[in-house]
Design a protein around this ligand. Sequence first.
Ligand code: SAH
Length: 332
Amino acid sequence: MNNAIDIEHLLTTSDPTAIDELFAEACRVRDKVYGRRVFMRGLIEITNHCKNNCRYCGIRYDVRTQRYRLTKEQIMDCCRTGNELGFRTFVLQGGEDGWFTDEVVCDIVKSIKSEFPDSAVTLSLGERGRESFARLREAGADRYLLRHETADATHYAFLHPAEMRFEHRMQCLRDLRDLGYQVGAGFMVGSPGQTIETLKKDLLFIDEFRPEMVGIGPFIPAAGTPFENERAGSVELTLRLLAIIRIIHPHVLLPATTALGTLHPTGRERAVMAGANVVMPNLSPQDTRALYSIYNNKLSTGSEAAESAADIRLRMKAIGMEVPDDRGDYVN
Ligand code: SAH
């Protein structure tokens, strides 16, 4: 780990100059690798069916909510809209839904890759077996997002039901790496049970595994879950962690997450000013967005995809960043 930075101090200090310096350094580090560019990913929430019962998640199996899944045609339409708007990465995200078998997902991935050969396909469909990851990769998937959620096994067990194993999640990440995916890990900030010690483990894990992408955002309580009355994570702490992650892993692709935008009106801009370089506007159909309620009051402008893409471009330009129509691959 970069010994020049005192992580505990940076996470706890109330000295505003130290924090300003941290953010400025993170931006310098990012600009040296990627320039002043923010990459857009089009997020398509393909299903809110889920067999799991993650204690924090608003679409966990036990939550009584209306469930949906998108058809292949709906997904292709989202990509077509996104392509017109300049998106060159499509992220298919969802709960762990057995309806999306390897066969079904491979067929969708192949269709996207053949209609949009210059676009990257990212999957975020939870844990699957190595064979399954291999088939999806074979079909053309480029990247896979699977947050590790916490690098502390005891904390992991507190956040998840007993059937979900920390070791299995970590094994999935190693398998994805082996299979040639660009891999995304990450965690929530301020999840119940999180401490400075567990955060240090998260940072150590990132430093060692060096995932191509790291998604972090504040925990936000979700109605109908065991954690519905817990406090939300801190925007300030999330920003500090983004900056620290940028400094310890300069090449990482680091999204300014929707969860940050949900807790603070300019949360995503502040994330970029703390070293983030990815934004993920929502391309899901208007009528299903509200149903993908992984936490309360999830930011959704209620606007069309075109409006949210235009809105995010303006926001990024206003803080001096370019938004290229580019796949935005990891730079080695
Ligand atoms: N089923 C997929 C996708 C999950 S949703 C998977 O297991 O990877 C993507 C991410 O949303 C999760 O990894 C989790 O870190 C985050 N998330 C879930 N519930 C949340 C909440 N209440 N607050 C903030 N983030 C949450």
